[in-house]
Write a protein that binds this ligand. Structure first.
Ligand SMILES: *Cc1c(COP(=O)(O)O)cnc(C)c1O
Length: 377
């Protein structure tokens, strides 16, 4: 048969507890979701502020569809760049304290676009070992020399910077590490970039909307060397991503970044939805306060979590089978927590994601159920 090799590969994944399948949701994102016909408390979502089905954002998307239609019709450089995209980019740039911004359809694309445009052969990338897969793919694709330093090890980073002879030098980090929930020391990294004439690319997919009173992980860091990227499908509750930087950087990306140039612009109605979301992120401080209270509650009730002050609270477990078994037991009890396994992470874990949409009782229930399951293991 033509695909025997693929079947054998899948079989090996099953045997190693690495086989993946999708679960089917029958409800919008929220603290409670309908999954494969059952109601579960959702601890998997990146909808950290509970905005993914907020009525103001839904109304903005509906009004956006009425005003702009659905399809954008073309790429941004042909005829797909609407006044809604333009207004969203200006709002996002100002919101994160940068002079200019560029929007893309997804965070994965934003990373491919920026990194492959900024560096190439003869240049060097210095990347944290725990960076997100999309950053690693972008770094590989750029053809720049790709050097990785141990997680948050700035001494190693400095040594690499001090000895490079590359033409352009780009430091690439997650601002919040997506599987561990800890942060990169961005201010110190920017200082190193200044000392060694490098640029910094920070992916703040999990910090935007949450950290820096919503303005993100780079709030208060004024350096023009910092190129800031965040996604809009997580705390912002919509879809897409943006890169915020000096105008020359944005202009360069518009002219050079292939994943930006050769793709259809996102629907303008999404830009209208993002504008409504930024209003809520700016105004509704209570969402971040509720989230902080949930994080504190979980950490007080459950021991063994990795150190993290963000909504991502990972619990490292013995092996893939244990991760899957715990996730299954929790699901039997109506609690949905994802098991994350290699190659996504080096060590298998439960990745608990908290949201302002949760209630205090949800957190208590998760902590007590999980503690008793761990006792029984
Ligand atoms: C989710 C994520 C992305 C990808 O963003 P999408 O908009 O989902 O494509 C990029 N970087 C990090 C760190 C992420 O967690």
């Amino acid at each position: 048969m033509p695909f025997d090799a693929l079947e054998a590969d899948l079989e090996a994944r099953r045997a190693a507890d690495l086989y993946r399948r999708r679960r089917i949701l029958g409800s919008p994102q929220g603290a409670i979701v309908d999954v494969d016909g059952r109601r579960l408390v959702n601890f998997c979502s990146n909808d950290y502020l509970g905005l993914a089905s907020h009525p103001d954002i839904i109304a903005a998307a509906q009004a956006g569809a009425a005003r702009w239609g659905v399809g954008s019709g073309a790429s941004h450089l042909v005829c797909g760049h609407s006044a809604a995209h333009e207004a969203m980019e200006a709002r996002l740039a100002a919101f994160v304290g940068k002079p200019a911004a560029l929007s893309l359809s997804t965070g994965y694309m934003a990373n491919l676009a920026a990194i492959t445009a900024l560096v190439g052969r003869g240049d060097a990338i210095f990347a944290d070992k725990l960076n997100h897969a999309s950053l690693n793919d972008a770094c590989q694709l750029s053809h720049a020399t790709f050097k990785r330093f141990p997680h948050n090890d700035l001494e190693r980073l400095e040594r690499l910077l001090a000895t490079t002879e590359a033409r352009r030098r780009l430091i690439v980090v997650d601002a919040v590490f997506s599987m561990d929930g800890d942060s990169a020391p961005l201010a110190e990294i920017v200082r190193l970039a200044e000392r060694y004439d490098a640029w910094v690319y920070a992916d703040d997919a999990h910090g935007f909307g949450v950290l820096g009173d919503g303005h993100g992980s780079a709030a208060g860091i004024a350096s023009p060397r910092l190129i800031y990227m965040a996604t809009l499908g997580k705390a912002a509750g919509v879809a897409g991503a943006f890169i915020a930087a000096e105008p020359v950087v944005i202009d360069y990306l518009v002219n050079v970044a292939r994943p930006y140039i050769y793709t259809t612009a996102a629907p303008p109605l999404l830009a209208e939805a993002v504008l409504a979301s930024v209003e809520l992120i700016e105004r509704e401080h209570w969402r971040r306060e509720a989230l902080a209270a949930h994080i504190a509650r979980l950490r007080a009730l459950l021991s063994g979590l990795l150190p993290s002050q963000t909504p991502i609270q990972p619990l490292v477990v013995a092996d893939n089978a244990a991760a899957l078994a715990l996730s299954q037991r929790l699901r039997d009890d109506g609690l949905w927590v994802s098991a994350i396994r290699p190659p996504t992470v080096p060590t298998p874990r439960l990745r608990i994601c908290l949201s302002a949409a949760h209630e205090a009782g949800d957190i208590t229930r998760l902590a007590t159920t999980l503690a008793s399951l761990l006792d029984k293991q």
